[in-house]
Design a protein around this ligand. Sequence first.
Ligand SMILES: Cc1cc2nc3c(=O)[nH]c(=O)nc-3n(C[C@H](O)[C@H](O)[C@H](O)COP(=O)(O)OP(=O)(O)OC[C@H]3O[C@@H](n4cnc5c(N)ncnc54)[C@H](O)[C@@H]3O)c2cc1C
Length: 355
Amino acid sequence: MCGMQQVDIAIVGGGPAGAMCALMLARGGARVSLVHWGGYAPDGIELVSSRARRLIEQYCPDFFQTVSSGVEVRETTAQWGTPKPVTSSAMFNPWSSGVAVERPLFDHALRELARTENVSITADTKVSRIDRANDQWRLWMRGGDTASASLEADFVILATGRAAAQFLNRIPVVESSQIALMALLRPCPGDKPRHTLYVEGMDNGWWYALPARGGSYFAGFCVDRSELKKRNASLKEFFIHELRRTQLLAPLLSSDSGNLRISGRMTGIHPFSRPAGNGWIAVGDAAYMQDPLSGMGIEFAFETARLGARVLLGGMKEGATPHALAELAAYEASVRERVSGHDKAAAFQYGRLQR
Ligand SMILES: Cc1cc2nc3c(=O)[nH]c(=O)nc-3n(C[C@H](O)[C@H](O)[C@H](O)COP(=O)(O)OP(=O)(O)OC[C@H]3O[C@@H](n4cnc5c(N)ncnc54)[C@H](O)[C@@H]3O)c2cc1C
């Protein structure tokens, strides 16, 4: 072991949930250390909903001008079992424009923002084990400059996304049956940059496409893995074949489609399980993972980060140890309420799309 640090709160994982929670806690006066390893970090382009955008801008008003960039998404066009597409500026972005961001850049910008608030960030380092003895956590870390080191903390926040299953033996590993196949579609000649999110349901899955810089589009096809087994072609051929069957997205495919690079990401809903226990909470996807169609994963990550930070700071102000159980029960209740709110909103969106 070559280093030992002692902090109030250790955060494992520096995606939107971990970085935002670190930022809020540090602003509230807590000593926070965040350990981040990018091995499971989402790639590609995602929508920061208008609400999530507002949450960031409360802390850093010019975030999307100076800290991170993205493409504003001003309207949504969807087609789902209806002869005509539905176009709305309020479907996924009811308050104002959402922003389509490159996740690695966006996540990095959020961590840098947390660093400016004196969050100690250990990057490129994986937390491999977490132990608890005498009301203290010890995190074992590997990677980067810290060949092997440990960190002691009063409280642990799991912000590891779906990788949370490996810790505390509490979340069952869920093998998702759904996968998202994704690719960046280069602009067709003469295409003007657009600000539209496309969503289209098909008989075997659903498609989305988000605007990217320079007039490109980032398209994803969420499909059951059994469909992939049935295919009689390469992944790329399958992707192109399925994309050509759509009405809304097919025109986004340019003639140089031979250069497409397809990546895959497991998706599907992660069941809700306990987001808090003695001396720890889980935030973001580590607490609950919803359907990507909802477009609210980052928003939920920020909301749970905010709820968690509020509860912990409240507990610390009152002189209680941050793992006061009453506070954790309050966190669990709030997350449950948010999950049911998100589920209702998602069901509503599906209803709109299916009509
Ligand atoms: C196909 C698809 C499309 C999606 N599109 C959208 C969208 O458009 N808009 C939207 O809002 N949401 C979208 N989502 C959901 C969104 O990606 C997640 O809800 C969001 O990333 C959750 O953030 P998080 O911080 O909880 O977890 P993550 O973003 O997964 O971050 C966790 C981080 O912790 C790191 N980590 C994991 N284990 C360790 C460890 N042991 N030690 C150190 N670090 C560790 C990981 O590498 C990762 O960087 C989509 C999801 C899918 C599957």
